[in-house]
Design a protein around this ligand. Sequence first.
Ligand SMILES: [Zn+2]
Ligand SMILES: [Zn+2]
Length: 82
Amino acid sequence: MSARVFDLGGYNWEGFTMATYKKPCIHCGEFVEGDSSFCPKCASSSPFSFHCPYCAKEIERGYAVCPNCGAQQQITKREGVQ
Ligand SMILES: [Zn+2]
Ligand SMILES: [Zn+2]
């Protein structure tokens, strides 16, 4: 007959605010805010994922070419190789 109504009015979400934990930039390793659009250290516009610079599609690290548009990607050489 009568549905129970949960009163959520005035519920305080303080303490449940979206975490702004830091994540390492995939390009330089610098820890930056998880919601950052740019890495402040290396100025990458995609600190947490690789994107094709031509079509902006997200691609896997180490791809030689973009699977979407076929553009050649810059391959970062492994650290330690001199
Ligand atoms: Zn970076
Ligand atoms: Zn592409």
